[in-house]
Ligand binder design. Sequence first.
Ligand code: HOZ
Length: 427
Amino acid sequence: MTQITSQKLFARAREVIPGGVNSPVRAYGSVNLDPPFIIRGRGSKIYDVDGNEYIDYVGSWGPLILGHAHPAIVYAVRERVARGASFGAPTILEIEMAEELCEALPSLEMVRMVNSGTEATMSAIRLARGFTGRKKIIKFAGGYHGHVDALLIEAGSGALTLGVPDSAGIPAEFTSNTLSAVYNDLDSVDELLMICGNEIAAIIVEPVAGNMGTIPPQPGFLEGLRERCIKTGIVLIFDEVMTGFRVAYGGAQTLYNIKPDLTCLGKIIGGGLPVGAFGGRRDIMEHLAPLGEVYQAGTLSGNPLAMAAGLATLRTLKKENPYPELEKSSAYLGDGINTLLTEHGIPHYCTRVGSMLCTYFTAASVYNYETAQTSDCERFARFFASMLKRHIYLAPSQFEAGFVSTVHSQDDLDLTLEAVKTSLAEI
Ligand code: HOZ
């Protein structure tokens, strides 16, 4: 019998899937390796077809704050699927989800479910345009809000990793109303407002930038955006796809005490199933069809399986309030990595907000797109390979965040730091 290996599967995948993957970063191009094919996950660990066990800090790129195959989520999904996977009709679960979200996030008065973060940001932008009657939007360089045509301008995440921040296939007309400002730089926003402030429908921002590594907002930045939007009638959109229920139960808006007008959510609220949501001020949300004139729809929106998995996750988080513990374990890991890098004399800049963290291989302080790009990506690739060899599974890109979950044990963290120590000696 021929042995199944990741290498063979990758070759087979490349025949029928472009690049062998369904999302570019997974191809491991920027770390010059072939990706392991994952067969299962449990708790803090994932397992590949080659028989390796890894301590996982990707957590499906954020949603798995409770780890893999959490019993409450497994139970909820099993129980739901046996009663039908999708109806394309209203269900109680959607109301329960909307109520949970509105209760958790101070700025949410109404919410609409969708199937991905991309759909959430795309729909929020359309709604902001419909509400204000204005065309232009501002995003930030290195910000990534999914692969929406109008938002793939100086984009982070996979686009930044692959060095193609502006995608082919998007006519210039589609992005001509998208303006790019500098993250953590209110002057850059003011310059745009001065030129065309009254044409701007929305400012969309990740309150903690999580797609150019992890970059916290500097004091005053989010407050400054809030003030300017109030003054000019611009809709402030927080993209909390990553930060929602991650940096605090109520998201970054609770952590920093700022109320956006609209919020985009995803990841954790689906407990590992495909999901997204956008919501906010009632007077804005009421412009959505069928109440209003802004059209938005989807057969699988509010899908019972995603709602069940998401509700199980949110209720577990609410009941157990793991955030103080998560802060401690993430600080232990983040500080440990920082100390080891200093001891090895390797230029670095470590960032962390709660259980999101990043290590940049640079001597510069990192606070925006330009400074993130000073990182030595070759050194990151060597570090990544060395960690993977030691069974630590990190995001295969310098420009993605790492995620600590509630089930990473002290042993996991110590083994990880041990692996960091050995890896640093090799790079
Ligand atoms: N760009 C995604 C994370 N920021 C990666 C998605 C994936 O490959 O699953």
